[in-house]
Design a protein around this ligand. Structure first.
Ligand code: PEP
Ligand code: MN
Length: 337
């Protein structure tokens, strides 16, 4: 449930209710917006008396939260969250562009892509060092060496960095080198990994599982936030449907649905959702137009010889062109880029 306080409620009233809730062994999460203060309650509500709560000063109303995810819920936190990542932020008026190779392959490859990403207008460099590949014989990533190259690319370009993690070892390595960690589609319901990501203290990009409903996805986000890490960003990357013309089906309507259900920022990955560089520009524009907070785009210096996801990777020229074409779409929704 949430307890909505009257406008301009006194701090003492908020504290008194918080003490009552915590005294009963439940958690009270405060959301102080410009308009209204809300106290979100997590725990066994049967231990609380609604009459007692209503008898406290400055309480306006009690609203039940029926969804199983609470901290992720927009009712708990009506203002959109802005997540700080290195020297940039996601969810503000700025349009976030994450760009980079599917996999970090060599130091030279990453540095050249990082410079191209920066030139196009990206603010976050992506690069996989731990690759969860469908085949065990496919390139599995450079692991810690790849993370070191990410750190070097950040030092050269000033771009913030994100890297996928697939294990606790990977998380422990990533915290030393990058600004944000990514939980990939295949691990969206790896609850152990979600909890460890929550404990890492780094902002987390949580991709949607291949067959996950929006409800399951928001519950996965809840696992991370419940560990005390509120810095979660959601990434729609396409879902499995019967359609085979594209690698996955981009659920573009997930953007407005999520905007209604959660305060977390939402970004869209037109690369993994379509699987083809040809469809990336139109889906990127659609995502910006419908209110996404940003994009994740795969860019490669030589897509034909990429060690993973070459067919969906943009060349430097195509990435640059797309960024130019995105400007009017960003203007349309009032985002700076
Ligand atoms: C990736 O971003 O490189 C990746 C593997 O994405 P996903 O988890 O969405 O398949
Ligand atoms: Mn990829």
């Amino acid at each position: 449930m949430i307890i909505v306080m009257k406008p301009n409620a006194a701090k003492e009233s908020v504290n008194a209710i918080t003490n009552y809730i915590e005294g009963k062994g439940l958690q009270a999460h405060l959301s102080e917006g410009t308009e209204v203060t809300i106290i979100g309650v997590v725990g066994d509500k049967t231990k609380l008396s609604q009459d007692s709560i209503m008898s406290y000063k400055d309480v306006q109303k009690i609203v039940p939260v029926t969804e199983s995810y609470k901290l992720t819920n927009k009712q708990f936190h009506p203002e959109p969250s802005i997540i700080k990542v290195g020297n940039t932020e996601i969810g503000s008026n700025n349009l976030t562009i994450m760009a980079g190779p599917c996999a970090v392959e060599t130091e030279q490859q990453l540095l050249s892509i990082a410079h191209a990403a920066l030139a196009g207008g990206a603010n976050i460099l992506r690069g996989g060092a731990y690759k969860p590949r469908t085949s065990p014989y496919a390139f599995q990533g450079l692991e810690e060496e790849g993370l070191r190259y990410m750190q070097e690319a950040k030092a050269e370009t000033g771009l913030s960095t994100i890297c996928e993690v697939v294990s606790l070892d990977a998380i422990n390595a990533a915290v030393k080198y990058v600004d944000m960690i990514q939980i990939g589609a295949r691990n969206m319901q790896n609850f152990y990994l979600l909890k460890e990501a929550g404990k890492s203290g780094l902002p987390v990009l949580l991709k949607r599982g291949l067959c996950a409903t929006i409800d399951e996805w928001l519950n996965a986000a809840e696992y991370i936030i419940a560990e005390g890490n509120p810095n979660v960003v959601l990434c729609e990357r396409g879902i499995r449907t019967y359609e085979t013309a594209t690698r996955n089906t981009l659920d573009i309507s997930a953007v407005p649905v999520l905007k209604e259900k959660t305060h977390l920022p939402v970004i869209v990955d037109p690369s993994h959702s379509t699987g083809s560089y040809k469809y990336v520009p139109s889906m990127a524009k659609a995502a910006v137009a419908c209110g996404a907070d940003g994009l994740m785009i795969e860019v490669h210096n030589d897509p034909a010889n990429a060690l993973s996801d070459g067919p969906q990777s943009l060349t430097f020229k195509r990435f640059n062109q797309l960024c130019k074409e995105l400007h009017p779409f960003a203007d349309l929704v009032g985002r700076k880029f």
